[in-house]
Design a protein around this ligand. Structure first.
Ligand code: 5GP
Length: 187
């Protein structure tokens, strides 16, 4: 019998308030073959330019419902009338291949992952200061005033949950944060 002697990868759930730089950090690891960024399933329609199986797995309500009932999700949530979730099987396969798997998720989803996967490492990305986060969110310019206010209110709530995470990484500078994330995965 051939034994798979490959060391399994780590499951890293990366969370933190909107505007803190989560995607900028995790995107840097897309081209690093020691890492695999999870592809979510969603019931929303594909947008122009999106590719099925790359941006998301676009599925029907019926299939999503079946996946929930079959326990196929590590976590899932409803957002703006659609459902989004992390398929467990692809994550497990990547881990078995020795990849370190990154999930970029919100606080409540990180809590679900904590419950559903005992080995997951939960990483919270913090802004260097509250003022800096406010500036980043306002300068993004993509959100309406109301949405910025709502995001800031949620960010306050999220920041108070940092103690639930295994590691807190203060995002002073993207490259340094990426290096810290890599060393957490490889140690
Ligand atoms: P969008 O439709 O703009 O791509 O994403 C809408 C929201 O769904 C974003 O806040 C995004 O973070 C969230 N989302 C994307 N994938 C997942 C997932 O796998 N699980 C959960 N819970 N939320 C997700």
């Amino acid at each position: 019998m051939i034994k798979n002697s490959r060391k399994p990868g780590k499951l890293l759930a990366v969370s933190g308030p909107s505007g803190v730089g989560k995607s900028t950090i995790t995107n840097q690891l897309r081209s690093d073959d020691r890492f695999w960024i999870s592809i979510s399933a969603t019931t929303r329609k594909m947008r122009n330019g999106e590719v099925d199986g790359i941006d998301y797995h676009f599925v029907s309500d019926e299939i999503f419902e079946k996946m929930i009932n079959d326990g196929d999700f590590l976590e899932w949530a409803a957002f703006a009338g659609f459902k989004y979730g992390t398929p467990r099987k692809a994550v497990d396969e990547a881990l078995a291949l020795g990849k370190n798997v990154i999930l970029e998720i919100e606080l409540n989803e990180a809590r679900q992952v904590r419950k559903n996967s005992k080995n997951a490492i939960l990483i919270f990305i913090e802004p260097p200061s509250w003022d800096e986060l406010t500036t980043r969110l306002i300068n993004r310019g993509t959100e309406s005033e109301l949405s910025t206010q709502a995001r800031l209110a949620r960010a306050r709530e999220e920041l108070s949950a940092a103690a639930e995470f295994d590691h807190v990484l203060v995002n002073h500078q993207v490259d340094a944060s990426v290096s810290e994330l890599v060393s957490l995965a490889l140690r």
